[in-house]
Design a protein around this ligand. Structure first.
Ligand SMILES: Cc1cc2nc3c(=O)[nH]c(=O)nc-3n(C[C@H](O)[C@H](O)[C@H](O)COP(=O)(O)O)c2cc1C
Length: 209
């Protein structure tokens, strides 16, 4: 199993080589893996920002506990959940589904109404949290595809989301920064690459009932 081998190879990279860039072709593969992520109802209630601009990343670094990965990596990927799941978002999804599956939107309108009804049972805060949870699946796919492509990555929650929202002007776009990933290539002297992977033994993690 190549995937298992590659998951053992990957680690949360602390020090990136600032001179190495991820090629566009590789970036497209990462984007496709993110795009193919599963999400509840298939709604993908988020946007994914690919921050390349160095000046912006310098400002973001200050809002990220000063973590050097933000500026030294090739790209910073920021997963932003929708703050509010508007009817428009659900209707766009229904429109795309109808188009892809060659159906009339009226045929699948009931599915849209079902989603609207289910989400209406949640409070604003619960809806925002629900959207945020979906972004982690996309982050998981990013980590897996990066491992397969031998691209280093550091998943990151260590940042001030409110600051990110201001710097990246997310709030006015109904978005909220949830989690990020720095991607690029490890520096030779990143000590973290030589540390052994710590995971729970299977008998602590799994239970068969
Ligand atoms: C959601 C999430 C947020 C994380 N945030 C940070 C972070 O802000 N900075 C950092 O250096 N590592 C961060 N990590 C990396 C974890 O510490 C790391 O994945 C964990 O220790 C397991 O080690 P490994 O990924 O090297 O196998 C984060 C990981 C996840 C999954």
């Amino acid at each position: 199993m190549e995937l298992i081998k590659n998951l053992r190879w990957r680690y949360a990279t602390k020090k990136f080589d600032p001179h190495k860039k991820v090629e566009q072709e590789q970036l497209e593969k990462i984007k496709e893996a993110i795009r193919l992520s599963a999400s509840s109802y298939g709604l993908q209630p988020y946007k994914v920002l690919i921050v390349e601009d160095h000046e912006t990343r310098k400002i973001l670094k200050n809002a990220s506990w000063g973590q050097a990965q933000v500026t030294d990596a090739s790209h910073l990927i920021v997963f932003c959940g929708y703050s509010d799941i508007t009817n428009e978002i659900i209707e766009d999804f229904i429109r795309i589904t109808a188009q892809v599956r060659g159906q009339s939107p009226d045929n699948i309108r009931r599915y849209g109404d079902f989603i609207k009804g289910k989400l209406a049972e949640k409070t604003d805060e619960e809806r925002q949290e629900w959207a945020a949870k979906q972004t982690y699946l996309a982050l998981g796919n990013l980590l897996a595809i990066c491992a397969e492509l031998k691209i280093d990555a550091c998943p990151m929650e260590g940042f001030d989301a409110n600051e990110y929202n201001k710097i990246l002007q997310l709030s006015e776009r109904n978005l909220n920064a949830v989690v990020a990933a720095a991607i690029g290539y490890r520096s030779e002297d990143d000590h973290a690459q030589r540390e052994r992977k710590v995971r729970k033994p299977s008998e602590l993690l799994f239970e068969v009932k």
